[in-house]
Write a protein that binds this ligand. Structure first.
Ligand SMILES: [Zn+2]
Length: 294
């Protein structure tokens, strides 16, 4: 099985990105895995600190490893938004393939200092683990928001990106380029879309020369996502769209079968609801022509 780094490299050469989807239960994991297998594209599942606390850090690692081995399928595991080295070490020891070490709320000098230290500690545990650093402000909470936070001051610049990568040695960088965690109500209804600063992405890519992740991509305009991938985005994070599909799927399933109590009779339609949210995103990230063997 090839490593995540190799698949990112290949995707970059092909002008594609790899989809990253957050999971916090078996239904979401099954849905993401099913969608990726149907399209035969590599996929990353991610769990934030809160999601890991609920599922179990070692338990999800065992589960994903088992899927990868039994089905010989490129599914990878990311420790999303990790705010302390202790939590990072826990994920590295459990065998996660990558980690988002997120100290973006700190002043950049302190962010760089602590991220550099964390990389040394994490690579000592697993040299092939990819470490992602975060700069800029893209808000927090993959939830439905009533109003849009003002993130204009927190946009990343090419200079800052270059400085951060050179000072820390991160494998992957997550900049703020118009993206935002969570979705506005109007985005959930499909009335509005997020838009990205494509020129800023190009500038950051040229300056930073590492893999780039787009966080908070739920609700983003399709064409903007295509252009962002063309400009150098390698990993795209989707969480809120899945959570919306999960909840809607569950409500519909329960309403349709008011007397049903058997989980394995209720939950397959929730899996399908989430799979239907994942599939089109994976297609978009990998380009329509891609149904090739990975
Ligand atoms: Zn994120």
């Amino acid at each position: 099985m090839r490593q995540l780094r190799d698949l990112l490299q290949q995707a970059q050469q092909n002008g594609q990105a790899i989809g990253h989807f957050n999971v916090s239960d078996f239904v979401l994991l099954k849905a993401v895995f099913t969608a990726a297998r149907e399209l035969n594209v590599p996929v990353v599942v991610g769990l934030s600190e809160g999601e890991r606390e609920f599922v179990g850090t070692r338990q999800i690692a065992a589960f994903v490893r088992n899927l990868r081995e039994q089905f010989d399928f490129p599914i990878f595991l990311n420790a999303d938004h990790t705010h302390s080295l202790a939590k990072g070490i826990e994920a590295a020891e459990a065998g996660f393939d990558s980690i988002v070490f997120d100290l973006s709320s700190l002043p950049i000098e302190e962010n760089m200092r602590q991220t550099k230290q964390a990389i040394e500690a994490l690579k000592a545990i697993n040299p092939s683990m990819l470490v992602e650093g975060e700069i800029g402000d893209i808000g927090s909470g993959s939830e439905i928001h009533d109003s849009s936070p003002d993130l204009s001051k927190g946009l990343s610049t090419p200079e800052e990106a270059k400085q951060f990568v050179e000072a820390t040695g991160v494998d992957i960088l997550a900049p703020a380029v118009g993206n935002m965690h969570g979705m506005l109500r109007s985005m959930v209804k499909g009335e509005t879309k997020k838009h990205l600063d494509i020129q800023r992405i190009s500038g950051i890519k040229k300056a930073a020369r590492v893999f780039l992740t787009l966080h908070g991509a739920s609700g983003t305009d399709d064409e903007d996502l295509r252009k962002a991938i063309g400009a150098g985005i390698n990993i795209v994070h989707i969480n809120t769209e899945l959570r919306v599909a999960w909840r809607r799927g569950l409500e519909t399933a329960l309403a349709k079968q008011p007397d049903e109590i058997v989980p394995y009779k209720i939950l397959p339609s929730v899996v399908n609801s989430v799979r239907d949210a994942v599939g089109p995103r994976l297609k978009l990230f990998s380009g329509t022509q891609l149904v090739q063997k990975v």
